[in-house]
Design a binder for this molecule. Structure first.
Ligand code: CP
Ligand code: NVA
Length: 306
């Protein structure tokens, strides 16, 4: 039996494999069939497990699997035995007897890792509390389409040091770009992650000073101030902490004149970003959302070796 090729985190894959996935995704976007196979998922089924809400991840996976000739089976805990306490391990072993791959969006990274440990088919991380690597592949694709190779460029994350921020740290290391994270004190990415980046030789910098971080950036990225599952306590306090980190016209004016703006969406205009920026000429968010479809075709065919 083949050892399943999981897509759990950017940091777990080599740069070569990540490039292979992106190249496949771009080929699908151009309407080409990598390796000449038009419907690589013909006769195959993929389970899509959602423990949190989703628009993009659900629809881009469902549509993408259909376009590749396969079948998507969406599972939500309330409608399965997971919701009644069946273990992740048992679910992994059972689903592996029916389907050819499992995508999961889950509350805790430990559940993703348990699923991957017990599944005998590839497991894809569709977002956890820690990371969102499918989104990252779409973000990389979007940046490179607009501005060429990302290696050596400067990317600035502004706002909450959440699961997307952590995924940008992984990507900075694997793709060799400079990453600045500007977050309020107490909302920076975890020390362990930053130490990993440092040990790997990554150019990752953290500062509370927005101007220093954004100066000369080729890409400015932000995300919601409250992620799914966050226990924020006093939400007014959090809003006050994050308000200076709103991406607005002043922020973009400090970046490189050709900087693009990215946001994984859903966005909250007037909070983490102004309408002027997200709906303005530097915003690449609609291409970014579209690229989920293409990048995930790369991920699926890489994982399933087809
Ligand atoms: N960006 C993203 O993953 O969106 P959804 O939560 O809608 O899937
Ligand atoms: N950080 C956000 C990303 C949503 C796609 C969340 O986890 O809710």
């Amino acid at each position: 039996m083949n050892i399943p090729r999981h897509f759990l985190d950017i940091k777990d894959l080599s740069t070569e494999d990540l490039r292979d996935i992106l190249d496949r995704g771009l080929a699908y976007k151009r309407g080409e069939a990598p390796d000449g196979i038009e419907k690589p998922l013909a006769g195959k089924s993929i389970a899509l497990v959602f423990e949190k809400p989703s628009t993009r991840t659900r629809v881009s996976f469902e549509a993408g699997i259909h376009q590749l000739g396969g079948q998507a089976i969406v599972l939500e805990p309330s409608g399965t035995q997971l919701g009644r306490g069946e273990t992740i391990a048992d679910t992994a072993r059972v689903l592996s007897r029916y389907v050819d791959g499992i995508m999961i969006r889950t509350t805790l990274v430990e559940k993703l890792l348990e699923l991957a440990d017990y599944a005998s088919v590839p497991v894809i991380n569709g977002l956890t509390d820690r990371t969102h690597p499918c989104q990252m592949m779409a973000d990389l694709m979007t940046f490179e389409e607009r501005r060429g190779p990302i290696a050596g460029k400067r990317v600035t994350w502004v706002g909450d040091g959440n699961n997307m921020a952590a995924t940008w740290v992984h990507a900075a290391v694997r793709f060799g770009f400079e990453l600045w994270l500007t977050c309020p004190k107490g909302l920076e990415p975890g020390k362990k992650l930053l130490k990993w980046a440092q040990d790997e030789g990554g150019a990752v910098h953290v500062t509370a000073a927005v101007d220093e971080a954004v100066s000369g950036a080729h890409c400015v990225v932000t995300d919601t101030w409250i992620s799914m599952g966050d226990d924020v306590g006093d939400s007014e306090h959090r809003r006050r902490l994050l308000s200076p980190y709103q991406v607005n016209a002043d922020t973009m004016a400090k970046a490189s004149p050709d900087a693009i703006f990215l946001h994984c969406l859903p966005a909250y205009r007037g909070k983490e970003v102004t309408a002027e920026v997200i709906d303005g000429p530097q915003s690449a968010v609609w291409d970014e959302a579209e690229n989920r479809l293409h990048a995930q075709k790369g991920i699926l065919t890489w994982c399933l070796r087809c």
